[in-house]
Design a protein around this ligand. Structure first.
Ligand code: NAD
Length: 287
């Protein structure tokens, strides 16, 4: 068996089409379009690709994109003051602080300073809390991208064995909650699971597997259950190639569906971000 590919761009295309129509309707209804403000502190080549892709997709959808550059040696207080200014700016509907931040800042402290109504990355404690209640209007983009890819298979998640490897706030934990909300039986594995040598035991029974760790080849292809849905969020550079956390060739002989890396979760993440910008705009207009 060779798995069907879950390609982010295919799903993103349909969502983008709907978003562009919605933005068009906003123009006539509110005489305004959603505006995303991206704050970048210093220069970073790692974020340049993500930034470019945000600009390209925003333009395509008719979403206004603002780039705010702060100096590399800015303090955390400078950044928070800047966020406050954008929180108060009626024109701005969504705020994103581009990672990574310079060493003098603690990235974990930042999301709580963005107004929850403008937190388009879904990382404010209030928005993360809404994910817990199953009523999230804005959820973390990468977690939603992974979840949309699983949903695109139309597999009924109720009672399914779902295993999530990785428990970060940005991916692993919210993906676990989104799956739980659809009545999957969710096991969340992490570094502690790996240290006890129990990772393979859990992965082997996964009917739905999401991996978000950042270690190439961590998940052996032979561990994949026959017919599983495999979503590989990991991005690792090996030589001049980008690979995920799952051994792709072997895994795709066993899985029913698998995401390629690159081309799986990545292309959908930016679309999820733009969907959050549209949702933020609607929430601010009371729509
Ligand atoms: P993170 O470093 O915050 O979290 C890594 C997780 O992996 C932790 O929960 C940790 O406990 C777990 N882990 C580490 N070693 C392990 C082991 N041996 N066994 C089991 N679990 C282990 O990372 P993150 O921000 O969640 O990102 C994870 C990966 O996803 C990275 O490769 C990142 O580049 C990628 N990513 C991709 C996108 C995208 O759009 N495609 C977006 C965000 C992150």
């Amino acid at each position: 068996m060779s798995a069907a590919l879950l390609e982010g761009k295919t799903i993103a295309a349909k969502i983008k089409e709907d978003l562009a129509k919605e933005v068009g309707r906003f123009k006539s209804k509110y005489n305004a379009v959603p505006t995303l403000a991206n704050i970048q502190v210093g220069e970073n080549s790692a974020s340049a690709v993500y930034l470019k892709s945000q600009m390209r997709v925003a333009e395509k959808l008719g979403i206004e994109f603002q780039l705010h550059n702060l100096k590399e040696d800015s303090t955390q207080e400078d950044l928070i003051k800047y966020i406050d200014k954008l929180n108060d700016d009626q024109k701005v509907n969504g705020i994103l602080v581009q990672m990574p931040l310079p060493k003098q800042m603690n990235p974990k402290d930042i999301p709580r300073h963005i107004s929850p109504l403008k937190d388009v990355e879904g990382m404010h404690p209030e928005n993360l809390g809404e994910v817990l209640s199953g009523k999230a209007r804005i959820a973390p983009c990468t977690a939603m991208a992974a979840f949309e890819l699983i949903r695109s298979t139309n597999i009924d998640l109720r009672g399914k064995e779902a295993v999530v490897v990785g428990h970060s706030e940005i991916v692993g934990k919210p993906v676990s909650l989104l799956l739980l909300d659809k009545f999957a039986t969710v096991t969340t594995c992490h570094i502690g699971t790996g240290e006890r040598g129990l990772l393979s035991d859990h992965v082997k029974r996964a009917e739905i597997l999401v991996v978000a760790v950042g270690k190439a080849g961590l998940i052996k292809g032979e561990w994949i259950k026959k017919g599983a849905v495999v979503v590989d969020v990991g991005i690792n550079r090996v030589g001049d190639k980008l690979v995920g956390d799952v051994e792709f060739d072997e895994a795709s002989k066993r899985a029913a569906y698998i995401t390629p890396v690159p081309g799986g979760v990545g292309p959908l993440t930016v679309t999820m971000l733009m969907r959050n910008v549209v949702e933020a705009f609607k929430a601010q207009k009371g729509a």
